[in-house]
Design a protein. Structure first.
Ligand SMILES: O=c1[nH]cc([C@@H]2O[C@H](COP(=O)(O)OP(=O)(O)OP(=O)(O)O)[C@@H](O)[C@H]2O)c(=O)[nH]1
Length: 621
């Protein structure tokens, strides 16, 4: 149901939200708007001093975000969007503009400024109407802002730091999220709550009404009420105002109006029919079709990685599809289509000169980049993709599908499947290494671990996390404990450097062999591979190896307790079903498991991406 009829006006339009903010996406989709999400690449670096007001700055930033997306989509897509929405939220206090904190110290500075005081939250919104004529993009921008005042309680240092360590402030204007933990800091709010969260929905709807239902000349003679959003039962009245058009501020010239021109009697019938059609037509299922296409996009990305397209284009002048095709022994026509899709996905730039890598491709998709995910892409292409083709069986049988892919029984997940040959083992390790390198720094710095002098990374694979732990804590000795075959290959992943002396590898099976002794045990993305029985077995081994006061650092992706919201974690759990013996668990489930094995004082920090880190302390049995 669309409560605000003006939202219904957009159902058949290609509407794009130029924002990476999950809050904005949620607010607008809850309102019944159908849209695509294309995050803006506009760098929020306008000179604040050149704006007379803070909201002027927010509106201009919002406009630039939306225009960047509009012009990028116009260049890359066959279809120009009809409308692009951009938004920018800022906090102002004592004449200062606060945006998102760059690090924890910055968050601390912001929150201590807000403590005990009233501040304003401004969200600037730009609605960019786009059209294409002679291959040129034409835009019409309408913009507005909304202000809400928020008063914070006095915040103690302890509360402040606890909040900062929760990780919540980092992607939020002013360093807090009023809709979540940050709500506890707030004493009062004056104005639109959703404006603080990132999108002033009420004002947005009013703006759309102004755009789509401009007052008739006769209305202008009377006071016009634009501060109310017409409700559902006024839909027919509204349609009368503008002929039911779906273009802002102009009459529709579509087939319905043509029918209406056939005379007065004919007009009445045609209009009635036209209204009926509009009323009964269900919303166009854009999101559904995008979901459907998701697997094709993934496969295009994986295929481009497999063919090393991003390696051929790294640091090179733009190249034509035919040149790349000849290098990888592919057809020119096939390659051109693949490269066009990669460009539409934002992985390549396409110009008259040819194709070149975007920054994303250079950073993560070229195989020799420092933070390359190329190995992870190949693992997905060669192994996980095949497992997922048997998803239906996985759901019916409630177990992984290696036996189907390999055509034989798999008793030991690692020895029989992932490490069944040196080649598959190396690919698995490369995949894990890429992912671990990206996340290791965040894991190592999630908590202050300086009280520990020794750590054991159980199932630590190539030692990528061990390296970051050693870098962060120069007094820490880290043992990476993994299967003998893994330890043998791990040396190839260890770059020389000052940390090398702090890292040692020990070979063994963590279910069968004694664990190396340590003050801190680390289980990073290990428990999610295993059934509850095996998790208990491993945790009791860790607990036995710990003295009171020892720590356990657990890193997993946490499901929300009701298993409704965390889409990234939910898909990971399905992934675990298809691939492993385990599943993802919620914070409550991990807390129970930890407490059962004598680990208490559990602290949790959400990391960027889907991972969460938990630190618990072993108490005396
Ligand atoms: O109480 C809350 N206050 C603010 C937020 C979120 O903060 C950010 C504001 O940042 P910005 O407007 O620059 O938007 P981005 O997240 O960078 O996304 P864009 O791609 O649109 O630039 C915004 O996400 C708010 O939702 C909050 O959650 N709670």
């Amino acid at each position: 149901m669309v409560l605000c009829p003006v939202i219904g006006k957009l159902l058949h339009k290609r509407v794009v939200l130029a924002s990476a903010s999950p809050r904005r996406q949620e607010i607008l989709s809850n309102a019944g708007l159908r849209f695509e999400v294309v995050p803006s690449k506009f760098k929020e670096k306008l000179d604040k001093a050149s704006f007379a007001t803070p909201y002027g700055y927010a509106m201009e930033t919002a406009k630039q975000k939306a225009l960047e997306v509009a012009s990028r989509m116009h260049q890359k897509d066959l279809r120009t969007p009809d409308m692009v929405i951009g938004a920018d939220t800022i906090v102002t206090v004592g004449g200062l503009i606060l945006e998102k904190p760059v690090d924890k110290q910055d968050a601390y500075r912001m929150l201590s400024r807000l403590s005990g005081k009233e501040h304003s939250v401004f969200t600037g919104v730009a609605i960019v109407h786009c059209s294409s004529k002679d291959r040129q993009l034409h835009t019409r921008v309408s913009e507005f802002y909304e202000e809400t005042t928020v008063k914070f309680s006095e915040l103690s240092e302890e509360l402040l730091w606890e909040y900062i360590h929760s990780g919540e402030p980092m992607d939020k204007a002013g360093g807090y999220g009023i809709q979540a933990l940050g709500g506890m800091l707030v004493e009062s709010v004056h104005g639109d709550f959703l404006n603080v969260v990132g999108f002033p929905l009420n004002h947005f709807c009013k703006q759309l009404v102004e755009l789509y239902y401009p007052p008739r000349p006769e209305d202008l003679r009377q006071p016009v009420q634009h501060d109310s959003i017409p409700a559902v039962d006024t839909f027919e009245d509204l349609s009368d105002v503008d002929g039911g058009g779906s273009e802002p501020a102009q009459r529709e010239t579509g087939s319905c109006d043509e029918k209406a021109e056939a005379g007065v009697a004919g007009q009445a019938t045609a209009e009635a029919e036209c209204h009926r059609t509009r009323a009964t037509l269900p919303p166009f299922p854009t999101r559904l079709l995008e979901l459907l296409d998701g697997f094709k996009l993934s496969k295009a990305l994986l295929t481009a990685c497999k063919l090393k397209v991003f390696d051929w284009l790294k640091d090179e002048a733009p190249q034509k599809a035919a040149d790349i095709a000849s290098k990888v022994d592919a057809s020119a026509c096939g390659m051109e289509r693949l490269l066009d899709v990669c460009a539409a996905m934002g992985l390549l730039e396409k110009t008259e000169q040819g194709y070149s890598n975007t920054e994303t491709a250079n950073l993560y998709l070229a195989s020799d980049s420092e933070y390359s995910l190329h190995g992870f892409m190949l693992q997905n292409n060669d192994i996980i993709w095949n497992l997922f083709t048997h998803l239906e069986f996985a759901i019916r049988e409630g177990r992984n599908q290696h036996h189907r892919v390999l055509g034989k029984k798999v008793d030991d997940l690692f020895q029989d499947a992932y490490y069944r040959s040196p080649e598959t083992q190396l690919r698995f390790m490369q995949a894990m290494h890429g992912v671990a390198k990206l996340t290791a720094r965040q894991v190592a710095t999630a908590f202050d671990l300086s009280r520990f002098s020794s750590a054991c990374d159980v199932g630590g694979c190539t030692g990528a996390l061990a390296r970051e732990l050693a870098r962060e804590y120069p007094g820490l000795q880290v043992t990476v404990f993994d299967l003998p075959d893994v330890v043998e290959l791990a040396v190839h992943f260890q770059p020389a450097g000052p940390q090398a002396a702090q890292i040692h590898f020990a070979a063994g099976d963590f279910f069968r062999d004694p664990l190396p002794s340590a003050e801190l045990y680390v289980l990073c993305r290990i428990l999610h591979d295993w059934s509850d029985d095996k998790v208990h077995k491993l945790l009791s081994k860790v607990a036995e190896s710990c003295k009171p006061g020892a720590g356990l650092l657990l890193v997993e992706t946490l499901l929300d307790e009701k298993k409704r919201e965390a889409q990234g974690s939910l898909i990971q759990s399905l992934n675990m079903l298809v691939q492993t013996e385990g599943r993802e668990r919620s914070r409550g489930e991990y807390q129970c498991l930890l407490e059962l094995h004598g680990f208490h004082q559990v602290q949790v920090v959400h990391l960027e991406g889907v991972l969460d880190a938990m630190l618990a302390t072993r108490v005396a049995p």
